[in-house]
Design a protein. Sequence first.
Length: 213
Amino acid sequence: MTLRGEHIGRGVGADDFGRDRRPPHPQDLRVVGHLQVVSPVPPGTTPEQACLDAFQRELDYVYRTFRRLGAPASELDDLAQELFLVLRSTWPNYDQARPLRPYLFGIAFRIAAANHRKRRRELSVELVEAQDGGPGPEEELEAKQSRALLLAALERVPLPRRAVLVMYDIDDMPMDEVAAALAIPRFTAYSRLRKARRELEAGVKALSRGPGT
């Protein structure tokens, strides 16, 4: 797995989490580096509609983020709905000059953390659906196994550190945005990242050796 130039494990990479399935509409978004920034609201658009439009554009990202944070597939719809309700209530305070994804991740992280505490964990890792077309059966199976391995290894990283690793190494967000979204100092974010990388590497190695490790 390649994370910001660091190699962890073998045959597992950031791409194993998948990317957006729906390409963004050029008229809807401006791209600044890797981050999508909400475009100025067209005249006549209500704040409620602007919020809904932004959420719908990033729905794939919201689902993927909750999955990376350990949410079972069966709970994704409910968690996404909960995130939208929070987003709608806080939309008047959101600075639309800033990227939306770190803001969404911050909301998702808090929801996922509360969900973890409520369920007391025991999370099952499910295979991530492979993209249609392309690889043959053997390659498709190997890709699914790699994604399942990486998700399982992520489960071994405590959520506060996992959030930093996902945002920085997988979503390629700048550390300033990571720290701001999680409301932690930049130094703390880097410290969590270092620990999370070690924990993820250990998890991948242990799971690769088989059950009971």
